[in-house]
Design a binder for this molecule. Sequence first.
Ligand SMILES: Cc1cc2nc3c(=O)[nH]c(=O)nc-3n(C[C@H](O)[C@H](O)[C@H](O)COP(=O)(O)OP(=O)(O)OC[C@H]3O[C@@H](n4cnc5c(N)ncnc54)[C@H](O)[C@@H]3O)c2cc1C
Length: 347
Amino acid sequence: MYDYIVVGLGVAGFSFLQQLEENRQNYIVFDNQSQQSTRIAGGMFNPVILKRFTPAWQAAQMLPYALLQFKKAELKYQNQYIHYIDIYRKLTGIEEQNNWWVASDKPVMCDYMHQITYEKIDGIEAPFGFGVLKGTGIVNVSALLDDVQNELKRRNLLRNEYFDYEQLHIHEKYVGYKDIKARKIVFAEGYGLKNNPFFKDLPLMGTKGEMLMIETEAQIPYIVKSNVFIAPNVVKKGQYYVGATYNWNDKTNLPTPQARKHLEEKLSRLLQKPFRVVLQKAGIRPTVTDRRPLAGVHGRYRNLGVLNGMGTRGVILAPSIAKQLFGYMEFGMTLPKEIDIKRFEPV
Ligand SMILES: Cc1cc2nc3c(=O)[nH]c(=O)nc-3n(C[C@H](O)[C@H](O)[C@H](O)COP(=O)(O)OP(=O)(O)OC[C@H]3O[C@@H](n4cnc5c(N)ncnc54)[C@H](O)[C@@H]3O)c2cc1C
């Protein structure tokens, strides 16, 4: 008998596994790579909304815990995932410069938003300078998931297959699935939740995002944000991540020529040096109508949990929300109303 079955090994599933490990629970994981959100994410962590210079929901509060959890993973797997890189927000005029100063004086924001600089960045013109954000960076979540997967495979704890919901048998004190019994099950399937008969009515919208990997001679040591992000590929010098698009209609993981054109056009306005696209990828962000995560247990079957809705900020949110869900499922701790799926009753 396992303590938990976990369905989904994106950043949400990984964060829940960390809670299980820390609390000496045993588990088995199902993942079939049908969703790609974590794998293709830029992995950026930044608690400031760079369009309006406002704080992202709970991000500054949750970021230290997220970094602590990723640091623990670094120690465990003897690999580097966290890369601190300043973000340079290209400013568009005097008004934005003023807005930057006003915002950077506010509590919390002042920890991240620093000076305006006129530093020259290779290939990028910025007559009004850049607002500099510090304490930001990239978590190489893809490398992290590779390491976690390898370890789980080695320990025979990963089933690389589709979790077939119809074969789940729910009993009062445990669940049964094929040859497996577990006290509880947690679903962390990202947009795959739409196929889950127990939680499919939750208002998960899904927002498709596409990104490009490019090569250029320009040497850009920071993450630069203008109408797109350009961020150094932390594992390959000379390559840069460019993203991302937002599409609320298309729910496939397929890259499209439209998104490529859109990103290339935006990048051409930002980067005054030639570039070459070497990769294009697409995934569905698990976004929710009210833009808050989804955590909780099924209204009728209390041994079925859900961890989802990380939206555009999985790296910052997932570790804390996983901790809150585990505390709720094991110790009866209260889930904050904003993330509890009860706000959408009945489920
Ligand atoms: C282009 C793009 C850029 C992004 N950039 C950033 C960024 O810079 N920073 C940031 O914090 N966030 C970013 N995000 C958002 C971030 O990717 C998400 O918030 C996060 O990855 C969601 O993680 P998840 O674990 O909930 O879902 P997923 O990563 O989608 O993982 C779900 C897993 O469940 C598995 N699964 C689903 N159903 C089943 C089933 N029935 N059986 C077996 N396995 C199943 C899937 O195969 C998948 O591995 C970006 C997203 C996109 C698309």
